[in-house]
Design a protein around this ligand. Sequence first.
Ligand SMILES: NC(=O)c1ccc[n+]([C@@H]2O[C@H](COP(=O)([O-])OP(=O)(O)OC[C@H]3O[C@@H](n4cnc5c(N)ncnc54)[C@H](O)[C@@H]3O)[C@@H](O)[C@H]2O)c1
Ligand SMILES: [Zn+2]
Length: 365
Amino acid sequence: MSCSTVTVGLGTQSYQVTIGAGALQADIPWMTSALAGRRCIPIIDETVFALHGETVLRRFSDGGILLDRPVLVPSGERAKDFAEFGRLLDQVLSRGIDRRTVLIAIGGGVTGDLVGFAAATLLRGIDFIQIPTTLLAQIDSSVGGKTGINTAFGKNLVGAFHQPIRVCCDIGFLDTLSPRDLRAGYAEMVKYGLIDDPDFFDWLEKNGPALLAGNADLRADAIHHCVAAKARVVAADEKETGPRALLNLGHTFGHALEAEAGYTGTLLHGEAVAIGTIMAFDLSVRLGLCPAADAVRIRQHFLATDLPVDAKSFGFDPARLLAHMGKDKKAVGGTLVLILARGIGGCFIARDVAADDVLAVVQAG
Ligand SMILES: NC(=O)c1ccc[n+]([C@@H]2O[C@H](COP(=O)([O-])OP(=O)(O)OC[C@H]3O[C@@H](n4cnc5c(N)ncnc54)[C@H](O)[C@@H]3O)[C@@H](O)[C@H]2O)c1
Ligand SMILES: [Zn+2]
């Protein structure tokens, strides 16, 4: 299978995303020339290191690229905290870096966000490469330059926009991903259809189960489709002053659920987004904006792909969730900014949603 490419067009900051089986091998010639004479530090999720470390490092050495000894980061959302961030900076600095040093993030969205933020801040900004190894990271977090860490007050509240110089989405990594993490990433894939691409949602209704079961062609096609969509949005609105906010569909609810769950693995990011997406559509139905049948269709698709659709089973306190939503960085001046929908493929940014309506949906969900 040959690889496809997408360019994220950001002027002098533009970069290429390579997608497919064998994408890493395909990118080695580019890396050989881009990394020549520079210190390159691979920073790898420890689970990914155990599964793929040797193979990945060999690809680089076979290509004549001399990498530094890898730095390992713990697996799971907990790694995106201040303590881990500090440890990572110390480890990288102890290697003796300069402004030409390149960090290579190898792992899921957690590793990518953490390493990207380290690259954004070390020496006021050094280059980094994303080699995403989860479905979520391949279709979403590795592209677009949002980096950051969590605090006790909520998700991603400390961070920076810092674009990678290359993204390499090798779908071979997905073969070892747990079914649960694969489905969590799939929830973010469905998001692209729900925002503005109803044909893609139709396609996922037909092909999602086979994609999840392992069909490589479907995976490569769908990942390309999502990366191309994300690249268009990022090129149009890099710093999220406008339409990029649509990608936060389900996230204001989802981030509140994650903060309440405490980043312990009880609720994965993509799972929280799935529940949050259902809540966003339920709210849209409640406000008379969206046909109820569309919300039912999404719920059915999530159920068919084994994703969670309600928060009840987790025993969250609705008032606390609402309080978290007020702290979400998408809340402006006390008013909740939410992504709502006029139907599947018809999302928009709503800035005037009454807290009572939000609470009613959270209580019901
Ligand atoms: N920056 C952005 O624009 C953006 C967008 C969406 C999500 N995110 C962030 O992404 C994070 C979630 O990312 P994620 O779902 O990739 O989680 P993750 O990085 O925690 O990875 C999920 C799990 O899979 C394991 N893993 C990774 N690759 C594997 C592989 N190939 N085989 C086996 N196991 C593997 C990891 O060790 C981890 O346990 C959240 O912190 C979220 O906030 C960021
Ligand atoms: Zn997300």
